[in-house]
Design a binder for this molecule. Structure first.
Ligand code: DAH
Length: 339
């Protein structure tokens, strides 16, 4: 019986040493120490021992039991800490790993330029006015002193919805809508889409954007127009930007002017960029025609005003040195991401 106990002890040692999981460990505990286990089996036979032998074997059996118990609990500790270590390793957070980069959007160059232009005018006390893109003949042409035979009213240039309704070809229509609804002093800009029956190329698009400006008050002169536009252009193109007003004709202004900016490339000397002009054309402007004021119920003897129409694409292209207008509409992120 003594040998049997020693054998159980060494067998338990051997198997516990090899044990690699908590489940197997539990099975071993049952096998050696359980009610139907090997040690219990031996103890059951103790009834057949002599009175001298019984305490000796009993003592030995208890020793073997506590030995195996100790062994089991030591193995359990080892397995548990190994398990915890493995789990920690699997869940490790590498704080030095670079994060997932969020793509942050940007304003489209047209939007950015428009925002800057709005900012300049809001700073000068202008309000922002809106008008419809589907416009009547009256607001788009007639009230702007462009009678029926005017060449701009040709179907070659204008999208007609019907005889009386067009897609507006210019934001100048908002001048009329404003003056019909509001009495001077008037100080507005009106940005928006305009449409012309043009074929797409590097400088043309059937849809583009204008920003109309209108100021009507007592004593407004060409000098106010000049000063306002000069300030705008310096803010947009930089303080050394110089503009000039060149005589022109628009039916709704008298006198009328085209406004040019000194070429930023050659500073007026003439180069391929400005086609040897030394200046680059920016926009149309003038003093509001007395007939237009009168048509809107404003007395031209009392009030005067100036107006201008800026092409947003042209200003943006000049500002960012973009050579082809189509790039602004293609929504290619490789292009747009540069600004
Ligand atoms: N409407 C003109 C165009 O589309 C631009 C323009 C010229 C607007 C003179 C004006 C102006 O208000 O006074 O080319």
């Amino acid at each position: 019986m003594k040998e049997q106990l020693e054998k159980i002890k060494s067998l338990a040692h051997e198997e516990l040493d090899k044990c690699e999981s908590l489940d197997v460990l539990e099975n071993l505990r049952v096998k050696f120490l359980g009610k139907k286990g090997e040690l219990t089996g031996i103890l059951k036979q103790m009834g057949g021992l002599s009175a001298e032998e019984r305490p000796v074997i009993g003592q030995l059996a208890n020793k073997v039991r506590s030995d195996i118990e100790e062994n089991i609990s030591a193995r359990m500790q080892a397995l548990k800490s190994e398990l915890a270590k493995k789990q920690l390793e699997a869940e490790t957070l590498d704080v030095t790993m670079p994060g997932t980069k969020q793509k942050i959007g940007k304003l489209h160059p047209l939007t950015a330029t428009l925002n800057d232009i709005k900012e300049v005018f809001l700073g000068m006390g202008f309000e922002i006015a809106e008008g419809p893109e589907v416009e009547t003949d009256h607001y788009c042409f007639e009230a702007l002193n462009m009678p029926k035979h005017h060449p701009a009213r040709d179907t070659q240039d204008t999208f007609y919805i019907n005889d009386n309704v067009v897609l507006r070809t210019q934001t100048s229509s908002v001048q009329i809508r404003t003056m019909e609804n509001k009495k001077p002093p008037i100080r507005i800009i009106s940005p928006g889409r305009v449409y012309r029956s043009d074929t797409v190329d590097a400088t043309h698009s059937p849809l583009f954007h204008q920003i109309e400006g209108l100021v009507v008050d007592k004593g407004i002169t060409m000098a106010d127009l000049n000063g306002t536009l000069e300030l705008l252009m310096k803010r947009i193109y930089g303080e050394d930007c110089q503009i000039r007003l060149r005589p022109h004709h628009f039916p709704y202004t008298e006198p009328s002017a085209e406004v040019d900016m000194m070429c930023f490339n050659c500073h007026g000397a003439g180069c391929p960029l400005c086609k040897n002009e030394g200046y680059i054309e920016l926009l149309g402007a003038g003093m509001v025609h007395p007939k237009v004021l009168e048509g809107c119920g404003i007395d031209p003897e009392v009030y005067s005003g100036f107006a201008f129409g800026i092409g947003l694409e042209r200003i943006t292209m000049g500002r960012y040195k973009i050579g082809d207008m189509r790039l602004l509409y293609e929504n290619d992120m490789r292009f747009l991401g540069q600004f």
